[in-house]
Ligand binder design. Structure first.
Ligand code: FMN
Length: 259
């Protein structure tokens, strides 16, 4: 299954069976986690075979059952005082380090989710309220780190729901008079398959005259994480060789393998 097929097949699955995930599959996922941590400067950690990998913590919304496996999406906001004055999972932050972390977690977390789908598994993103202060967690937080989101995975107990999307015109802009290039359209079609909280798709991609692409968040819950997911999809759909990010809103290089 290629990545585009994985995007089409992926759905948020919140109920899982008790069938364990094959250890060889866990090894492949762990290797992908290691690669994401290395490339993204993150500290993702995996748990498998738990009775309840969510440790009884409440999710921000949605009812989850049988979550035996999960990846804790952990990282450290970049910048000297980035962690000051923000609460865990702060979605209204204007702190550049916090924003950059949320986007990076979206980008690499979605890369992992699609890898899991390629391996025959189901996934769902979730926010665990109070995860940063959980007692006896299976993840470990180094100084300055926070658990940003979690990705549940396993064998789904039921199929995912039907996907809906805003029309492409609402999600991107191209210069006046320019016909939408094939690579940009393919990128947008992939971005439209990305998971976003409550399916709000709070992102806008802009193609500029010089061929660079910038992105911004629009109104929505956990928008920066959703944008990160969409940017990973966009790069895959458009072809990395075509994507030249102009986006430097965080004051740093934008996430992504493309330059
Ligand atoms: C950043 C982010 C946070 C999410 N948080 C939750 C959550 O707390 N609870 C939940 O049930 N689903 C959560 N989701 C899953 C979305 O609701 C789901 O992906 C979206 O409704 C689209 O459905 P689909 O993934 O099947 O396409 C989250 C997704 C993202 C990307």
């Amino acid at each position: 299954m290629n990545l585009i097929e994985a995007m089409e097949q992926r759905h948020a699955i919140r109920a899982y069976t008790d069938e364990p995930v094959n250890p060889a599959v866990l090894d492949i996922l762990q290797a992908e986690i290691d690669a994401c941590n290395q490339e993204g400067g993150l500290h993702f950690q995996m748990a498998a075979g738990f009775e309840d990998a969510f440790l009884g913590l409440k999710t921000h919304y949605g009812r989850f059952t049988g979550v035996h496996n999960a990846v804790a999406l952990i990282g450290r906001p970049v910048g000297d005082d980035a962690a000051e004055g923000t609460t865990p999972n702060d979605t209204t932050t204007t702190d550049a380090g916090e924003i950059a972390l949320q986007e990076r977690v979206g980008y690499y977390g979605e890369r992992l989710a699609l890898r899991a789908v390629q391996l025959g598994l189901e996934t769902s993103w979730a926010v665990l309220d109070d995860a940063n202060t959980a007692e006896h967690p299976w993840w470990c937080l180094h100084p300055g780190e926070k658990i940003v989101w979690v990705l549940a995975f396993g064998h789904g107990a039921r199929p995912g729901g039907r996907r809906r999307s805003k029309p492409i015109e609402e999600l991107c802009r191209i210069p006046d008079g320019m016909a939408i290039p094939d690579w940009f359209r393919a990128g947008m079609e992939a971005a439209m398959l990305a998971p976003t909280s409550l399916s709000q798709q709070p992102f806008l991609f802009t193609l500029h005259e010089d061929g660079t692409v910038s992105t911004e968040v629009t109104e929505g819950l956990f928008a920066h994480v959703g944008l990160g997911c969409a940017k990973y999809h966009f790069e895959v759909g458009a072809g990395r060789e075509n994507v030249h990010w102009r986006d430097t809103t965080s004051g740093e290089e934008a996430v992504g393998a493309a330059d």
